[in-house]
Design a protein around this ligand. Structure first.
Ligand code: LMR
Length: 327
């Protein structure tokens, strides 16, 4: 009798442990490098909210902003190792993994964010989401930030003004070439290091969106901004292809739905967050506007970069992007 009771108790215990294990939510880590008040920061939080609402008890999403968990240099490797499940690097940061995505870095390619959006939604744009699959990375969404602006501690009105200055760039050969073309010195630096580099004078200037510049307090160490809109900072949300493909169908569908909601939120708030940040920067720093002639000079100075990278990126990809801009 005692034996039977013990066996029943053991079975019950095992059963309990078994069902508890089955009920453990899947922990999903989402790491990024910007502040929570930026478009990407807001979208990552929306993804968490939606995923946990759609898959109650089944997933737990942990969002790590501000390079807290992984910074620029480490996040792709961490994703490959399964230490994080989603990251959303700027499109400039896939340089090492595929050259095609570098199309987004070509200066003055897109007239506005509508053109960027149109290209990302086109068949060629969508195909870029899977361009790193052979390396184990899968793109699940594009998220907007916005157009880039220049800054330094002197006015940048014509391309000659940039000559001899050191500019921080993201880890992209196209962006480095863009500043070399101006006779300036590009320095590749992780996003988390930019403020200090500007403060210490390791670099003299930088290019970024208004929301990134404001949330990183670049205006404290940069007196002059130029509304140049010369390029774009957007993101690809990427996941580990093997992990994603191995998820149960219901989880995958729920996460995809949550991702769609996050994308919608991101693209809804991006423009406003950049406009608000620009207004705030304008209270302490000078914002220089360019005449059409001055802007044309920057375009002409940076243009040779296109020919340099056409072979690596692919003319078909560049042409498809140009078509979205109506060119
Ligand atoms: C940068 O490094 O300047 C940006 O890519 C940061 C970001 O993620 O927006």
């Amino acid at each position: 009798m005692r034996k039977i009771v013990l066996a029943a108790a053991a079975a019950a215990t095992l059963g309990f442990v078994g069902s508890a294990a089955a009920q453990q939510p899947i922990i999903i880590k989402f790491s990024h490098v910007v502040a929570e008040v930026t478009p990407k920061g807001q979208a990552a939080l929306k993804f968490k909210e939606e995923a946990e609402k759609l898959l109650p008890g089944k997933v737990k999403v942990e969002v790590y902003p501000n390079s807290q968990l992984f910074g620029d240099g480490k996040e792709m490797e961490a994703l490959a190792l399964g230490d994080v499940q989603f990251i959303a690097p700027s499109l400039s940061k896939f340089d090492k993994f595929t050259k095609q995505i570098q199309v987004f870095d070509l200066p003055f390619l897109f007239d506005d964010m509508k053109a960027v959006d149109k290209f990302q939604s086109s068949p060629v744009g969508k195909k870029l989401l899977t361009s790193m699959e052979s390396k184990g990375y899968l793109g699940v969404a594009y998220w907007h930030n916005g157009l880039k602006q220049l800054s330094a501690n002197k006015p940048l009105i014509v391309p000659e003004d940039a000559k001899g200055l050191k500019f921080r760039v993201q880890a992209s050969d196209v962006l480095a070439a863009q500043f070399q073309q101006l006779g300036a010195n590009p320095q590749k630096l992780a996003f988390s290091e930019v403020y200090q580099a500007l403060q210490l004078g390791t670099v003299d200037g930088q290019e970024n969106t208004w929301s990134n510049a404001y949330s990183q307090k670049f205006h404290e160490v940069q007196k002059e901004f130029t509304e140049s809109n010369h390029g774009v900072i957007d993101y690809m949300v990427v996941t580990n292809a093997k992990w994603w493909n191995g998820l149960p169908a219901d989880i995958k569908a729920g996460l995809q739905k949550a991702m769609d909601a996050a994308t919608e939120k991101n693209n809804e708030v991006a423009e406003k967050l950049n406009a608000d940040a620009k207004a705030k920067i304008g209270t302490t720093s000078k914002i220089n506007q360019l005449t059409p002639e001055q802007r044309a000079k920057w375009k002409k100075a940076m243009e040779p970069v296109w020919a340099k990278f056409e072979g690596a990126i692919g003319k078909d990809v560049i042409d498809a992007a140009l078509k979205s801009s109506g060119s």
